[in-house]
Design a protein around this ligand. Structure first.
Ligand code: NAD
Length: 267
């Protein structure tokens, strides 16, 4: 098994470590590096993985280095890693939003193999959706290893071009918040209809969960599933017609395009 180092022991590193350990990766093949002893010890003690405060030591230990620090630390961290031996032979996986392959390779001062990943927050529960882009230096074995690594926290798709990462941000990366916003609006109105806070939360949460499960467990299109529960002239039909009259399709399209535009600005 390849050895894996995480540079940064935060939420995303934790999500992936949980997935890897649960999928049978030997904990002693994983090392986490973080300057904060509390952060790295919390992960190390819980999962029996190795830990260090030395990013260079972690990099030298591993074949695959997961850059799991906040985007504004990526350049400094990569520049620091140039002091490690053989970095041009290693695979770097970056989960940092808005940091391009070219920026990472420039900071590493070599044409290292880099896979850029755009995950989303449900990865923390193993229900993530990630888009992956591999730089031309990534070989087949490294591509398979990165796919396996991110599959430990959810589903993955491979992207042909790096710019598609921004589209994944619009459709999946930022999208949990769209669903939260919709659920929040429903919960607010449920309360105004007289349901208690607890009842409102449960009504919305269970309906969202059940609907997502129906999509996940059905081969029919989402459109067909909606049609199946929308009898002409019925209550659901009345609600759907109102959504359409208020321009929901345009609203969703504009919101997703706004996310793409912001991602492009931030790159
Ligand atoms: P986080 O703040 O929880 O974790 C980052 C960790 O890096 C912290 O523990 C911090 O102490 C550590 N750190 C800071 N400087 C360091 C250094 N020089 N060397 C080693 N460690 C250092 O952040 P997160 O939510 O885990 O996000 C990490 C990356 O994942 C970000 O780039 C973010 O864009 C990306 N991401 C996260 C999510 C998510 O669901 N959390 C989703 C998409 C993308």
């Amino acid at each position: 098994m390849k050895k894996i180092a995480f540079i940064g022991a935060g939420n995303m590193a934790r999500a992936i470590v949980i997935g890897l350990v649960n999928s049978g990766v030997t904990p002693s093949d994983i090392i986490v590096a973080n300057p904060s002893p509390e952060k790295r010890l919390a992960l190390a003690n819980e999962f029996g993985i190795m830990h260090t405060d030395d990013n260079i030591k972690a990099t030298e230990f591993a074949d695959i280095i997961v850059l799991s620090v906040k985007p504004h630390f990526i350049s400094d961290v990569c520049q620091q890693l140039t002091k490690a031996c053989d970095i041009s032979q290693k695979l770097f996986i970056s989960v940092a939003a808005g940091r391009t392959v070219a920026q990472i390779q420039q900071a590493l001062a070599c044409n290292a193999a880099v896979v850029r990943v755009m995950p989303n927050t449900p990865s923390q529960l193993g229900f993530g959706m990630s888009g992956l882009f591999a730089s031309p230096e990534v070989n087949d074995e490294q591509k398979a290893a990165s796919g396996k690594l991110m599959s430990a926290v959810g589903k993955i798709i491979w992207l042909e071009t790096e710019s598609k990462i921004n589209d994944v941000i619009a459709v999946a990366g930022s999208a949990p918040a769209y669903f939260f916003l919709f659920m929040e609006a429903m919960e607010t109105h449920a309360k105004s209809l007289g349901f208690t806070d607890e009842e409102s939360r449960m009504l919305v949460q269970q309906t969202a969960l059940g609907s997502a499960q129906m999509v996940a467990h059905n081969s029919e299109s989402i459109s067909t599933l909606r049609g199946n529960v929308t009898s002409k002239g019925g209550t659901t039909h009345a609600a759907i017609e109102q959504f359409k009259a208020d321009g929901i399709e345009l609203m969703v399209k504009n919101a997703m395009n706004a996310a793409i535009a912001r991602a492009e600005e931030m790159a």
